[in-house]
Design a binder for this molecule. Structure first.
Ligand code: 0PR
Length: 393
């Protein structure tokens, strides 16, 4: 900071100019995060000063965090469990793995080489987590339906296994693991079963209510020990807001570090100083929308997804996998180049080359049927441009 200080209006002008350059939502088809609910934005601003790292000061904010956890536990069938609001799916998954290791230690099951069984398509946040925590991943290839095969999980369980991760659903392909079968195979064996529902947590329960055939993944399934659910994705809260939930009342306390200030309560999160605005904003959306509000949002998201799928099929495209959530994955040669071309034309999509080249389109609250209709001709143009490039390099 070299200068004395800019006027508030100059600061506003500069920031507005930069924000103006961010891609508007009506050109965004790759993002699970969306425009937060306006009430959440308003309440986050009202709570901008709060810090859940100091709950002696922010005791009202702490009550709101507890209320968010209580609401989500009862929503996911685990009313007697515990949980914490965190910065997002990565931190939530990290706390689940740390808790799983502590739980193995407490039961005398911790070996010198703790392992975690994951699917080959598990979210990349786990790569960070295993590196940080020094856990060894045991990677099980997904089956033909892109799900973690329960029998293979069972075969991989050893005395080293501290946890198994199931995904509900994957952000890459939008598929939901068969959590019930995985849980039943693991019954009585000891490893902690974590369900990463960062993306699907706010979709699957409502989609099931709307009659979509999706597996159960929550604490109503015997054997599920912890769940990641992210308000800042389909929960319409502003970033950063993730939640880790445990079936056990003491689960959230397994990760526990005392402050050196003897009058400061023990920390149970990776972050020390952390935004109370996340708790307040999440609480605002949950209480304001309620079940009926989220059902309406989910209905909208599936209507748009169905429209997108129908229009893509009409245009002769082939889907890589039948969409279970609001993520549409289209087989597309030269997908990465097409995605670059789309970006030049103003649109953001994403691609995967894990199995075959695919273009991945995400429907979140900001995506409408009008937007889909505006996008498809641009996609065709991008494909034509790239086909010409490939033919005459
Ligand atoms: N687990 C799952 C299943 C996820 O989908 C994600 C994020 C995480 C864990 C990690 O959560 P955080 O990113 O909150 O720590 N999934 C999104 C994805 O991979 C992240 C994202 C969101 C990427 C918006 C881009 C974007 O525009 O797509």
């Amino acid at each position: 900071m070299e200068h004395v200080g800019l006027s508030a209006s100059e600061v506003r002008r500069r920031i507005a100019a930069e924000l103006e350059d961010d891609v508007p939502w009506n050109r965004v088809l790759n993002s699970i995060c969306t425009e937060p609910h306006p009430l959440a934005v308003e309440m986050a601003a009202a709570a901008a000063r709060t810090n859940l790292g100091d709950v002696r000061i922010f005791r009202g904010t702490k009550r709101i965090e507890r209320e968010v956890v209580r609401i989500l536990l009862s929503f996911l069938g685990g009313p007697t469990g515990s949980g914490t609001l965190v910065s997002g799916g990565t931190e939530a998954n990290l706390l689940s793995m740390a808790a799983a290791r502590e739980s193995a230690r407490a039961d005398g099951r911790l070996t010198d080489r703790p392992e975690v069984i994951v699917s080959s398509t598990v979210h990349f946040s786990f790569a960070k987590i295993f590196a940080i925590l020094g856990l060894t991943p045991v990677v099980v290839p997904v089956d033909d339906s892109l799900r973690l095969p329960a029998d293979e999980v069972l075969r991989q369980v050893t005395e080293h296994t501290v946890a198994v991760v199931a995904t509900a659903g994957s952000s890459e392909f939008g598929v939901v693991d068969d959590v019930e079968t995985i849980a039943s195979r693991l019954a009585g064996l000891g490893p902690h079963l974590h369900v990463d529902a960062a993306t699907g947590g706010f979709i699957i329960p409502f989609a099931r209510e709307l009659g979509r055939e999706l597996p159960r993944f929550d604490f109503s399934v015997d054997g599920v020990d912890s769940i990641t659910i992210d308000p800042h994705k389909y929960g319409l809260a502003p970033v950063p807001a993730g939640v880790i939930l445990f079936r056990e009342p003491e689960g959230a306390q397994r990760f526990a570090f005392d402050s050196f200030f003897k009058d400061t309560p023990t920390h149970h999160t990776l972050l020390g100083t952390r935004p109370g605005s996340a708790a307040v904003a999440t609480y605002a959306v949950l209480e304001h929308l309620g079940r009926s509000g989220f059902l309406a949002v989910t209905r909208h998201n599936y209507e748009v997804t169905d429209h997108l799928v129908a229009r893509l099929r009409e245009a002769g495209h082939e889907l890589f996998v039948e969409p279970q959530l609001n993520i549409v994955v289209v087989r597309m040669p030269h997908a990465a180049r097409i995605s670059e071309r789309l970006e030049e034309l103003g649109w953001i999509a994403s691609t995967s080359t894990r199995f075959v080249e695919t273009l991945r389109l995400v429907v979140a609250r900001h995506v409408t049927t009008e937007m889909v209709d505006a996008f498809l001709p641009v996609l065709e143009r991008a494909r034509r441009d790239v086909a010409a490039e490939v033919a005459y390099p």
